[in-house]
Design a protein around this ligand. Structure first.
Ligand code: FES
Length: 136
């Protein structure tokens, strides 16, 4: 396994080919209209979702909000900045690339959202798990 800025790579999760990802439809709370994104489901696991960072690169994200463990497939919407998502439960906004909470309306510290780099695999993409990811 290789070395990254976030430590040694200790594993990988198959998230399939981008043709297989299915954009999640959500309801815009302001207009009550259906809207697409920002997250996509992958066929091989319910533990990870896909979103694009500010550079347009896909990342695999943990499927649960790190604030109160709610399902992001239900609560996530597009963030105010490019490459961010917001969990509408308590308005925590996460940077897709780093997983850092960049804005929130809660007083307590919010843990980082799991965010994995994708690398090409044999039949699609692999989410690369590093030592830093497993330490949390
Ligand atoms: S559960 Fe997501 S912001 Fe609180």
């Amino acid at each position: 396994m290789s070395e990254t800025l976030r430590g040694r790579v200790v594993g990988a999760i198959d998230v399939g080919h981008s043709d297989e990802w299915r954009t999640i439809e959500t309801i815009d709370p302001a207009t009550f209209e259906a809207t697409l994104g920002p997250l996509m489901r992958v066929p091989s696991t319910n533990e990870l979702l896909i979103a694009y960072d500010a550079r347009g690169c896909p990342r695999a994200l943990g499927a649960r909000c790190p604030h109160r463990d709610l399902p992001l497939a239900e609560f996530a919407r597009h963030g105010r900045r490019p490459g961010t998502i917001v969990c509408t439960a308590h308005r925590c906004e996460f940077d897709v690339e780093s997983g850092a909470c960049v804005a929130s309306e809660v007083r307590e510290p919010v843990p980082r959202l799991l965010s994995y780099r994708l690398v090409p695999g044999v039949r699609g993409w692999l989410a690369e798990i590093t030592e830093e990811d497993t330490a949390r």
